[in-house]
Design a protein around this ligand. Structure first.
Ligand code: BGC
Length: 743
C-alpha cells in the first residue's frame, strides 16, 4: 500500500535536506568522524569553548562573576539544566548542536528528588558473571535516563577492588581485569545501544576514597598495565565508551586529569580512543597542562575538589592567545566531544521526556539481582526453605527494605527511602533503603509459615524469637559510600547479634547486604550465608525467592573475602580518617597481585575465594580442551547439571604458568575465561569455547611498550571457583612479543 505523504512532511523533508546541506553534520548518512569535523570547522572559538566547560548546580553557577560565567550562560543553565542532576553543557543553537545533559551513574538515574529504578550495585551485578545481565541493566537505565531528558551517562565504574575497604567498591566490578572488562563493558554497551554517551570511570588507579582528591598512587607501569589499566582496556574494547572520566587522584606524581602517560599516551595514542576525556567533578588543576596532556572537557563547575574555573572561556582564551594551548588542540577537544554524540546516535535520536514503565524496569532489576546473589555457605542444605513452619527474621530493617550505597551513584528509589533518618544523613548519605521488604516478600513466598520479625536492637528479644522458630534469618548491613572508606568489621551489635542468634537456633542463616567484603567471625556458627551486596529496587523479592527456592542462586564472588585484616596487602589505608585534603601517598607495591592473586602469592586462605558460589544443584565441568594454534590459545568445556533441580552453572578457566616467576607473572594464576549457562538435570551439557586474550598470558614491558609471553608450559585450569579447579590441561607456548599499540 502506498503511504500518503502530506505536504507538511514533504516540506519538513525539504527543509531538513537543505539544512543538512548547509550544516552537513546533520546528515545522518555521513560517518561520525566527518560530521564532527564539519561541525568543528563551522564553529567560532566561543562556540568551541562552550563544549569544554561544564556546569552543575544552577544556584552555584548564578553566583559566579560574569567574566567567568556570562549572564547569557547563567540564564541558559538556569533555564535548561536539570536541577539536582550531575552536569550540563549548553547547546549551540546556531549550529543545531544539542546541550549535554549528564546524569550519574552505573545503577540508574540519580537526580535528587526524582524517583527512578535502581539496579543492584555494580559489584552485585558482576557476581552474575554474565555480561548479558549488565547489558540488559544498561539498556533499562539508559531508557529511563533518556525519558528523563539526559543524553550522557556517567556510568561504567571499573576501578579494581585493589583495596577491599574502598568505599566505592560497590560501584565497581570486582578485583579481576577480565571480569571487570566484560561486566562494565556490557553495561556501557547496553547504555549506548539506546543512543546515549556513556563514560567509563574513574581513570585511573582511583583505588581508595580516603583523601581521594589528594592521594598520590605510586605504581610501576608494568603493574598498572597488568591490573588497573588492563581492566579499563578491556572495558574500552568491550563497551566502546564515548567518554572517559579521569579521576581525582594523582598517579605517579601527576594529577590523573593532566596525566600525559594515562591520557595522551595510553588512552589516546596506544588504544586509539576517539572520544573525549571528561574530568571528575573538580578534578582539574590547571588550564594549559590539563588541555595539553589530554583533558578534553572540564565538568561540574563550580562543584567539589579544586573549584577554580580552569577551562572558563576567559582563562582558556588567554592560554590560546599566548600559544600555551594551540588552537589545533581546542579543535581536537571539540571534535572529540562531538564524535560520540554522532557515533552513539545522540544527535539523531535526541532524549525526550516521556513516561516510564517502572514495573517493567523493576522486573529487569529483580532479574539482575536473582542472577547475582551469592550463596556462600549452605550446611546440610538448610536452604532452600522447604516445609518450614516458622521463621524468625531479624535485623537489617528487613521489615522495610534493603540497603543501598551512598554518594553520587545513589538513586532515589521509586517508592521513596524505606528507612529515612539513618546516619550518615549527609554526604555520602543519606542512607537509602530500597522499599522492597524481605519479610513481606518471604511471607508471599511461604504463605503457610509463621514469619516473625525482630529489629535486632535488643539481642535478648531477637534470641527469644529465634528460639521459638524453626529457622532464624539474620540480616546484616554494611553502609559504604563515595568519599569514604570503611572497615571490614560490621558496625554496632551485628556480630554479637548473629552469634547470639546462632547459639539459640542451630538453623541460622545470615543474609549480608554490603558494599563489598566483610569479616564473618560467626561464619562457622551459622548454617548458611547469602551475600546480596546492595541488591536494588526489588532486592527483598530476589532475596526471598532465593531463600524459598523459587530461584536457584547462581552468583559467584567477584572479589575475595579476607579471613582477617592481617591478610590484606596494606595494613592501613593511607590518610584514613584524616581531615580531607591532606596530601597522602600510597605505594602499590603488591603491583598487579590484586585479590585472589595476592592470596595465591602469599599462600593465604581467604574466608571465601574469588569465584566461589553455591547452587541448590550440582554441576560438573567436563570435556575440557585447550589448544594452541600459532601461539593463540583456545579453551572449551561443557557444564552439566548433576543434581536434582534446574540451575545456572559457571565454568571458570584460569591459566597458571608452570613457573609463574620465570614467566614474569605477578601471581600463580589468572582468570582467562568464564561462561555461565542454564542447564536442567539430565539435559545435554552446555558447551562453550573461547579464544583467550593473549594479554592475559603476557607481561607488559614498558621499555618497548609491548606485551610479551615467555615460552614454556602453562597449565590451563577448569572449575567453578578460583579455589576449585580440578581439571588441568598443559599447553606449551612459544616466545611472543607484540606492540601494546592497538591496530
Ligand atoms: C564522582 C563521579 C560522579 C561525579 C558527578 C564525583 O564526585 O566521583 O563518579 O560522576 O561526581 O556527580
Amino acid at each position: 500500500m502506498m503511504k500518503a505523504i502530506t505536504l507538511a512532511a514533504l516540506m519538513a523533508c525539504a527543509s531538513t535536506g537543505a539544512l543538512a546541506q548547509s550544516q552537513p553534520w546533520l546528515d545522518k548518512t555521513k560517518p561520525a568522524d566527518e560530521r564532527a569535523k564539519a561541525a568543528v570547522a563551522a564553529m567560532t572559538t566561543d562556540e568551541k569553548l562552550t563544549l569544554v566547560f561544564g556546569f552543575t548546580d544552577p544556584d552555584g553557577v548564578a553566583k559566579q562573576p560574569d567574566d567567568i560565567v556570562s549572564p547569557a550562560v547563567k540564564a541558559d543553565v538556569k533555564a535548561h539544566a536539570i536541577r539536582g542532576a550531575a552536569g550540563y553543557l549548553p547547546a549551540i543553537p546556531r549550529l543545531n548542536i544539542p546541550a549535554q545533559w549528564q546524569t550519574d551513574a552505573s545503577i540508574g538515574v540519580r537526580v535528587e528528588g526524582m524517583q527512578r529504578t535502581a539496579l543492584p550495585s555494580s559489584l552485585a551485578t558482576a557476581a552474575s558473571f554474565d555480561p548479558a545481565v549488565s547489558e540488559a541493566g544498561g539498556k533499562m537505565i539508559a531508557q529511563e535516563a533518556k525519558a528523563s531528558g539526559f543524553n550522557t551517562f556517567l556510568a561504567g565504574g571499573a576501578n579494581l577492588a585493589r583495596e577491599p575497604r574502598n568505599g566505592r567498591n560497590f560501584e565497581y566490578v570486582g578485583e579481576d581485569p577480565w571480569l571487570a572488562g566484560k561486566m562494565a563493558g556490557g553495561l556501557i554497551d547496553g547504555i549506548q545501544s539506546q543512543h546515549m554517551v556513556s563514560t567509563m570511570k574513574h581513570f585511573a588507579v582511583n583505588d581508595q576514597e580516603s583523601q581521594r582528591t589528594t592521594v598520590d598512587a605510586t605504581i610501576s607501569p608494568e603493574a598498572m598495565h597488568q591490573s588497573d589499566l588492563l581492566a579499563f582496556e578491556f572495558v574500552y574494547e568491550t563497551g566502546k565508551p564515548g567518554s572517559v572520566m579521569c579521576s581525582y587522584n594523582l598517579v605517579n606524581g601527576r594529577w590523573a586529569c593532566e596525566n600525559e602517560y594515562l591520557l595522551n599516551k595510553t588512552l589516546k595514542l596506544d588504544w586509539g580512543f576517539k572520544g573525549y576525556v571528561m574530568s571528575d567533578w573538580g578534578a582539574v588543576h590547571s588550564t594549559a597542562d590539563a588541555a595539553n596532556y589530554g583533558l578534553d572537557q572540564f565538568t561540574g563547575f563550580p562543584c567539589c575538589g579544586d573549584r577554580q574555573p580552569w577551562f572558563a572561556p576567559k582563562v582558556f582564551k588567554a592560554a590560546l592567545d599566548t600559544g600555551e594551548i594551540p588552537m589545533a588542540r581546542l579543535d581536537d577537544m571539540a571534535k572529540r566531544i562531538l564524535w560520540p554524540l554522532f557515533s552513539s546516535g545522540v544527535f539523531d535520536d535526541p532524549a525526550k521526556v516521556a513516561p516510564i514503565d517502572f514495573k517493567a524496569d523493576a522486573d529487569v532489576s529483580q532479574k539482575a539481582a536473582e542472577e547475582s546473589l551469592v550463596l556462600l555457605k549452605n550446611d546440610g542444605n538448610l536452604l532452600p526453605l522447604k516445609g518450614v513452619k516458622s521463621v524468625a527474621m531479624i535485623g537489617g530493617h528487613a521489615d522495610k527494605g534493603v540497603m543501598a550505597g551512598g554518594g553520587s551513584s545513589g538513586v532515589t528509589p521509586v517508592g521513596g527511602n524505606a528507612v529515612p533518618g539513618l546516619e550518615p544523613r549527609t554526604w555520602p548519605g543519606p542512607v537509602v533503603f530500597m522499599p522492597s521488604s524481605p519479610v513481606e516478600a518471604l511471607k508471599a513466598e511461604l504463605p503457610k509459615a509463621r514469619i516473625g520479625y525482630d529489629s535486632g536492637d535488643d539481642i535478648a528479644s531477637a534470641v527469644a524469637l529465634a528460639k521459638s522458630s524453626d529457622v532464624a534469618i539474620v540480616f546484616v548491613t554494611q553502609f559504604m559510600g563515595e568519599g569514604m572508606d570503611g572497615t571490614l568489621e560490621l558496625k554496632g551489635n551485628q556480630d554479637a547479634l548473629v552469634a547470639a542468634v546462632a547459639a539459640a537456633n542451630p538453623k541460622t542463616i545470615v543474609v549480608v547486604e554490603s558494599g563489598g567484603a566483610i569479616l564473618m567471625p560467626w561464619k562457622d556458627k551459622v548454617s548458611a550465608v547469602l551475600e546480596s551486596f546492595y541488591p536494588g529496587i526489588r532486592g527483598g523479592s530476589a532475596i526471598a525467592r532465593i531463600l524459598s527456592g523459587s530461584v536457584n542462586p547462581s552468583g559467584h564472588l567477584p572479589i575475595s573475602f579476607p579471613a582477617s585484616n592481617a591478610q590484606l596487602a596494606h595494613d592501613a589505608i593511607a590518610g584514613f580518617g584524616k581531615p580531607d585534603g591532606a596530601p597522602v601517598h600510597v605505594t602499590y607495591d603488591e603491583g598487579a597481585a590484586i585479590g585472589y592473586k595476592w592470596y595465591d602469592v602469599k599462600g593465604l586462605k581467604p574466608l571465601f575465594a574469588f569465584g566461589h558460589g553455591l547452587s541448590y544443584t550440582t554441576f560438573a565441568v567436563a570435556d575440557a580442551k585447550a589448544t594452541v594454534d600459532n601461539g593463540a590459545v583456545s579453551v572449551g568445556a561443557t557444564i552439566s547439571n548433576t543434581g536434582k533441580v534446574a540451575g545456572k552453572g559457571l565454568i571458570q578457566v584460569y591459566v597458571a604458568p608452570a613457573d609463574y616467576k620465570a614467566a614474569g607473572w605477578e601471581a600463580p594464576k589468572r582468570l582467562v575465561a568464564f561462561h555461565k549457562d542454564a542447564v536442567a538435570p539430565g539435559a545435554p551439557a552446555a558447551a562453550f569455547s573461547q579464544k583467550i586474550d593473549p594479554r592475559l598470558l603476557a607481561t607488559y614491558e614498558s621499555a618497548d611498550n609491548s606485551w610479551r609471553i615467555k615460552a614454556g608450559t602453562y597449565h590451563v585450569l577448569f572449575g567453578q571457583a578460583s579455589d576449585d579447579l580440578p581439571v588441568s590441561i598443559d599447553v606449551t607456548l612459544p616466545d611472543m612479543v607484540w606492540s601494546a599499540v592497538h591496530k
